[in-house]
Design a protein around this ligand. Structure first.
Ligand SMILES: O=C(O)C1=C[C@@H](OP(=O)(O)O)[C@@H](O)[C@H](O)C1
Ligand SMILES: C=C(OP(=O)(O)O)C(=O)O
Length: 454
């Protein structure tokens, strides 16, 4: 990474000297990789994960499962018949399920997927499993998962009462059965219970009670991936009761899964096409997907671009104009920082709604975006459930990122159009996209010019 000489933790975001024209290969989805790892670990036979994302969040998940006894081996695609012909051929993980044992300590970092998806797995293990993580992980909501697991028969000692750090005293199995949970602070509570439920003695019936559930596509992703390994899942969409999911107990199959590119991590690159009036192609964009990033096709088109899905991938073309948007992002909350960045450069105001729960993400994203865009001269107000953004000319300055990968990539988008933006701790992008700075400069190619010091 290029660092600002005066301040090693500052990355001078490159200013685009012209319209970008690039093809950007985006690594695998965090959400698919971490679900794939958990499901493979709980299966009754070995499985493959091809093109897994290798980033902080997914390496923490893999390490945690290894700590519990699961085998996760690095392999080449050629070791599985036919794999070389697949679009996802290449590096892979072979996952070999085994008895799950403590004592063990799991570092969740600041990964919502690790801190929520693994406590139910730990309840199936035998022995005490300690969970700890970054300071921010102590503040992120977990109480719903803890209470639900207790109601389903688990013993948990949560010194921080409803949050990390905590110890799950696995007894080698869990009764399961019906449980109520308020998952309005994170859809990951529901996903967590469903993912391990085929291994609960009675399966599970999860009933969400409380305000609206965010991030529904991520719950659909959980259900689809469970079904793809043989689980039987009843959902509200399939004519079931609203807000109720049921998983039948049963063995899971070892499968060969090719991980789709992370469409939420494609966001800054698509935004670059919009902001510079250029063109960016993302290869292997899936035709059908549960990833929330697929909504960018519509959102960024409304904001001024156009897109085409072909065999080459998704090509997004900016028009040279950026429009504001009034949009409910509750289903796709993780896209908010990137949309806010584009909205701050638009020709009309934007209202982003339905994302109050972002206050408990990697950082308080609503406060951070308001403050950081404001310090570059922007006019942003926080509402009860989102942001109002009234574009006005921005100037350079330091953009603080609060250890939030999506704040860092959002700042890079602003830096394309605003000279002198310096991004604090761009390395925090390693949470889901370790090569971001190099990918960004490669995308810009020769027209990019280094930022002037703020
Ligand atoms: O299940 C998942 O993989 C995710 C669900 C969402 O969490 P919330 O529902 O907590 O927003 C999303 O924001 C997060 O990045 C990934
Ligand atoms: C909210 C996010 O992550 P996590 O999985 O840690 O919740 C995110 O990636 O935007």
């Amino acid at each position: 990474m290029t660092e600002s000489p005066a301040h090693p933790a500052l990355w001078p975001a490159p200013l685009a000297a012209g319209a970008v024209d690039a093809t950007v290969t985006v690594p695998g989805s965090k959400s698919v990789t971490n679900r794939g790892l958990v499901l493979a670990a709980l299966s009754s036979e070995p499985g493959w994960l091809r093109r897994p994302l290798r980033s902080r969040d997914t390496l923490l998940m893999a390490e945690a499962l290894r700590t519990l006894g699961v085998g996760i081996e690095e392999t080449a695609s050629s070791s599985s018949a036919g794999a070389a012909a697949q679009p996802g051929g290449g590096e892979a993980w072979r996952i070999i399920p085994a008895g799950l044992h403590g004592p063990a300590t799991i570092d969740v970092g600041n990964a919502g997927t690790v801190m929520r998806f693994l406590p139910p797995v730990a309840a199936l293990a035998d022995g005490p499993i300690r969970f700890d993580g970054d300071p921010r992980s102590y503040e992120r909501p977990l109480g719903g998962v803890i209470d639900a697991l207790r109601a389903l028969g688990a013993r948990i000692d949560d010194d921080n009462r409803g949050a990390l750090p905590m110890t799950v005293f696995g007894s080698g199995g869990l009764d399961g059965g019906p449980v109520e949970i308020d998952a309005s602070s994170s859809s990951q509570f529901v996903s967590a219970l469903l993912l391990s439920a085929p291994r609960f003695n009675q399966g599970v019936e999860v009933r969400h009670v409380g305000a609206a559930l965010p991030s529904m596509p991520h719950i659909r992703m959980t259900v689809d991936m469970l079904r793809s390994v043989g689980a039987q899942v009843d959902t509200p969409e399939a004519g079931g009761e609203p807000n109720v999911w049921r998983v039948t107990p049963g063995a899971l199959l070892g499968r060969d899964l090719v991980v789709e590119p992370d469409l939420s991590n494609a966001q800054p690159f698509l935004a670059a096409a919009l902001v510079t009036g250029g063109r960016v192609t993302i290869p292997d964009w899936p035709e059908h997907t549960t990833q929330p990033g697929d909504a960018l096709r519509e959102i960024f088109t409304t904001m001024g671009g156009s897109c085409e899905l072909t065999e080459q991938g998704l090509t997004f073309t900016g028009s040279g104009r950026i429009h504001g948007i009034d949009v409910d992002l509750s289903e796709v909350g993780e896209l908010t920082p990137g949309i806010a960045a584009v909205a701050a450069l638009a020709d009309s105001p934007s209202t982003l709604r339905g994302v109050a729960h972002l206050r408990l993400h990697e950082t308080d994203r609503l406060a951070a975006l308001t403050k950081e865009l404001g310090e570059l001269g922007g006019d942003v107000t926080e509402t009860a459930d989102g942001l109002h953004i009234r574009p006005r000319p921005l100037h350079g300055g330091i953009f603080h990122t609060y250890e939030d990968h999506r704040l860092a990539t959002a700042a890079a988008v602003i830096g394309l159009a605003v000279d002198g933006v310096e991004v604090e701790n761009v390395a925090t992008t390693a949470k889901t996209l370790p090569d971001f700075p190099a990918m960004w400069t490669d995308m810009l190619g020769s027209p990019a010019v280094p930022a002037r010091r703020a």
